[in-house]
Write a protein that binds this ligand. Structure first.
Ligand code: CTP
Length: 140
């Protein structure tokens, strides 16, 4: 059987269990998993804030995962089709927060939306951490 290449994209800031589960499930759909890590400038324009970790650190963390074979920088949302072709991806995997948004690529590859892990996101983590106000007693 020919090798099946999977591609997925994301910010993966403050790596959490939702990210890991998404990548593990994506990897199981084929033989090779390639991850486009969106650069900090792209996130600033997309989400209105820069990631906590640098692009290079986020790429190094993602490439350290056993289920990931290759990482690259996603420089623009408009280039998804080009990346899919460049890496010869057979399947585009996205979390279902993007359901239907990438159906235009169905003419060049299979498009699969996987359910998100409930109850966790980078944004929620940042908010939870910001809400932790240590009382003066905690320093004594
Ligand atoms: N993801 C997931 N389950 C979660 C959070 C994210 O499956 N609980 C998936 C997303 O669907 C996406 C990938 O992980 O395919 C990267 O998501 P990203 O946007 O980087 O993470 P979020 O935690 O959603 O970040 P933010 O809160 O900044 O939007």
């Amino acid at each position: 059987m020919p090798m099946k290449t999977i591609i997925t994209f994301g910010t993966y800031d403050l790596l959490h269990i939702g990210h890991v589960r998404l990548l593990q499930r994506a990897a199981k759909l084929g033989d090779k998993l390639i991850v486009g890590v969106s650069c900090s400038d792209l996130n600033l324009s997309k989400k209105g804030r820069a990631p906590v970790y640098t692009t290079q650190d986020r790429m190094d963390i993602i490439s350290a995962l056993a289920c990931v074979d290759e990482v690259f920088v996603e420089k623009s949302l408009e280039l998804k089709g080009d990346y899919i072709k460049q890496f010869g991806a057979d399947v585009l995997v996205m979390g279902d927060d993007w359901e239907g948004r990438f159906d235009q690529f169905k003419d060049i590859c299979e498009v699969v939306y996987l359910p998100r892990t409930q109850g966790i996101s980078t944004t929620e983590l940042i908010e939870e951490i910001a809400d932790i106000n240590p009382t003066p007693e905690s320093h004594t």
